[in-house]
Design a protein around this ligand. Structure first.
Ligand SMILES: Nc1ncnc2c1ncn2[C@@H]1O[C@H](COP(=O)(O)OP(=O)(O)O)[C@@H](O)[C@H]1O
Ligand SMILES: [Mg+2]
Length: 366
């Protein structure tokens, strides 16, 4: 794995405010990397540091093995797609796309060929002479993309490029962008505050919080193995339970979580020497089945417990359940509405719940 983009100890301060705080990270050539985090956490600033629109207060920025910290944007092998698209309203589609090539004094014939190629890539062939106001939002988005791609950057930076589109078009563009990235093999650094978008599109996701990268990993790692409370809470739904150590034996720990529910975990999963930690548990990992009679309850097994359904919210493909365990712990669960023959849950039902110890992710208590 060779780094296409590398940030080495990058800090960016605006006056007394630290927007990016000592970030060291490598972005691999050809990967689709997403910076995911809430509004104001420093995503745009990170992108602008890579593009060259900002200079770091400390640290250095490297692209394809070259220190570009003090190079202006046009000398870096990167292009950016802006949230607002920033198209020139008085220029045609072809002129907008060809603008960067004119600046670089690429010959007319070659420029025309490359503009044609870029428009074909984003399925806009035939709309060359239109102006931006004669296009739909999705088409304007594609023009912005073609304009960035025509310069053949090594790295394409995309700052929330889909946020102005409606839900359906946004979904279609997510898949299209991903396909395009695979086809071209260009490194994409994509910014979003939408966790679903990040999970759909990315090879890897960097969770950004308060100017720092909290966790970097594949969509699977981020979702199934969140490393911090923030990561667990920001990506997907999570039951976050404070756990207190009750008992430790040869290979297990027994803990009590908020509310009183007792759980058993592999000793190896528990932070050595800790008396408290945080357990993150995805709602779809809670296995729920209807309890027809008290005799159905498999007493004594680890992490199997009884609960009552406090709330049932029908969501179409799934049911969202709020459970109150016999011990007094409140949990969210999501169950698939697989078939009309499966269990149908209602508020008030008594259920049996099961958890695999592997699905209980331990996050350090802060
Ligand atoms: N030019 C600037 N001057 C002062 N503060 C700024 C400037 N640019 C960004 N900030 C601040 O830095 C923080 C991070 O901003 P930004 O990178 O735009 O966040 P995000 O893109 O994640 O929403 C915000 O609090 C913002 O107000
Ligand atoms: Mg931003």
């Amino acid at each position: 794995m060779s780094a296409m983009v590398e940030l080495r100890g990058v800090t960016k301060r605006f006056g007394g405010f630290t927007a990016v705080n000592d970030v060291s990270q490598q972005i691999v050539g050809g990967e689709f990397l997403t910076l995911l985090g809430p509004s104001g956490c420093g995503k745009t600033t990170l992108l602008r540091l890579i593009a060259g629109f900002e200079t770091p207060t400390a640290g250095s920025v490297w692209i394809d093995g070259e220190d570009v910290t003090h190079l202006p944007p046009y000398r870096r092998p990167v292009n950016q797609v802006f949230q607002s698209y920033a198209l020139f309203p008085h220029l045609t589609v072809a002129e907008n796309v060809g603008f960067g090539l004119r600046m670089k004094q690429v010959g007319k014939a070659e420029a025309a060929a490359r503009v044609g190629e870029a428009l074909a890539l984003v399925s806009l062939t035939g709309l060359e002479t239109r102006r931006p106001h004669q296009l739909s939002g999705g088409q304007r988005q594609r023009v912005a993309l073609a304009r960035a791609l025509v310069c053949r950057p090594k790295v394409l930076l995309l700052d929330e490029p889909l946020s102005a589109l409606d839900a359906k078009l946004r979904r279609a563009m997510q898949l299209e962008l991903k396909r395009l990235q695979r086809q071209l093999g260009i490194t994409f650094v994509f910014v979003t505050h939408d966790q679903e978008e990040a999970l759909t599109m990315s090879d890897r996701i960097a969770i950004v919080n308060d100017g720092r990268i909290e966790q970097l990993g594949t969509a699977h790692e981020i979702y199934h193995r969140p490393a911090t409370r923030f990561a667990a809470d920001f990506v997907g739904e999570a039951n976050l339970l404070e756990a207190r150590l009750l008992l430790q034996d040869a290979d297990c720990v027994h803990v009590a979580v908020t509310g009183g529910l007792e759980l058993t975990l592999p000793l190896a999963a528990w932070p050595a020497g800790a008396s408290v930690a945080l357990i993150a548990m995805r709602p779809e990992k809670v296995h729920v089945s209807k309890l027809k009679s008290p005799a159905d309850f498999p007493a004594g097994a680890a992490n199997i417990f009884e609960a009552r359904i406090e709330e049932e919210i029908f969501q179409g493909a799934t049911d969202f359940l709020v459970l109150l365990t016999a011990a007094g712990t409140r949990l969210s669960a999501v169950v698939a509405n697989e078939s009309a023959l499966g269990d149908i849950f209602h508020a008030g039902d008594r259920v049996s719940c099961g958890l695999h110890a592997d699905d209980l992710v331990i996050v350090p208590a802060e």
